[in-house]
Design a binder for this molecule. Structure first.
Ligand SMILES: [Zn+2]
Length: 279
């Protein structure tokens, strides 16, 4: 069975502009380590396929060039799938989308509204999403927490995705990190919108919250829409899988609802590329 990691990063410090050192390093406590293809490829030995991207957020000076990501996946295009890191509020967003989807063979888009400072519900971005849908691109959204004091959390709530999902019902989208700490809101969005999925990256970090989030997804009937993601280089896929597999035993059987270990295996082995239409 195939294992797909839908959430990995290829970023270099220069893509961050001033943002990492100003707003992330003080919280994370460590400098950024540039992602080399060799280190990336070694870590991805634990999975069969991986989606990789950087981030562009003009408001805070972040930019991962599409050519860089295309070259990165070009080392092993049979295994890796590149997404553009775009900012729909940037003036060149549509041009980058067109070129990335056609000339560069990139198959999706990573968006980061909390840092880019755009409101996902704003109809001015409709042309952007219409083009993404036209090209069959998948859109992975960072929703939920950010350590950066530069971002507005009000732009990062998963309920904001509803407007895009209703205007573009055929657009395949993923809510990263289950929108933590708003996983229950994410579950309701997944339940209503057939083409919206969520990745489980970082759900093992705050174990009580993650345990509850997965139980909640079972109770709301959306566990089959959860995709495996590691958020490499923060965690390797191997670390992510072992932390996920440890969740059921951590609280289950202690008077609390039990989390079925099979559910974790189903998430890890989900055919995510087929669900996102980029297989
Ligand atoms: Zn990430």
């Amino acid at each position: 069975m195939t294992i797909v990691d839908v959430h990995t990063h290829n970023m270099q410090l220069e893509h961050w502009g001033p943002e990492y050192e100003a707003n992330w390093q003080p919280v994370y406590g460590v400098p950024w380590t540039d992602v080399t293809f060799e280190a990336y490829d070694a870590a991805m030995g634990a999975v069969d396929r991986a989606i990789v991207f950087g981030i562009t957020a003009q408001a805070v000076g972040m930019n991962t060039p599409d050519d860089y990501t295309a070259r990165f996946v070009g080392h092993n295009p049979a295994k890796y799938i590149g997404f553009m890191g775009l900012d729909p509020a940037a003036p060149d967003a549509l041009d980058r989308l067109e070129r990335g989807a056609t000339d560069l063979g990139l198959r999706g888009i990573k968006l980061y509204p909390v840092l880019a400072g755009f409101d996902p519900t704003d109809a001015r971005y409709s042309a952007f999403f219409a083009r993404a849908q036209h090209y069959g691109l998948a859109v992975l959204w960072h929703f939920g927490a950010t350590p950066s004091k530069a971002g507005r959390l009000r732009n990062s709530h998963p309920l904001l995705l509803e407007d895009v999902a209703m205007r573009f019902p055929d657009l395949k989208m993923v809510i990263a990190h289950l929108g933590h700490p708003w996983q229950k809101d994410t579950a309701l969005v997944l339940r209503k919108h057939a083409n919206v999925y969520a990745d489980v990256s970082a759900q093992w970090l705050r174990t009580w919250e993650g345990f509850n989030a997965l139980i909640g997804c079972v109770e709301w009937g959306v566990a089959d829409k959860l995709l495996f993601g590691s958020d490499y280089p923060l965690w390797t896929p191997a670390e992510a899988m072992s932390a996920l597999r440890a969740l059921p035993a951590r609280y289950g059987g202690k008077g609390l609802p039990s989390l079925d270990p099979d559910l974790i295996e189903q998430i890890i082995h989900r055919d995510s590329l087929a669900l996102l239409g980029i297989g």
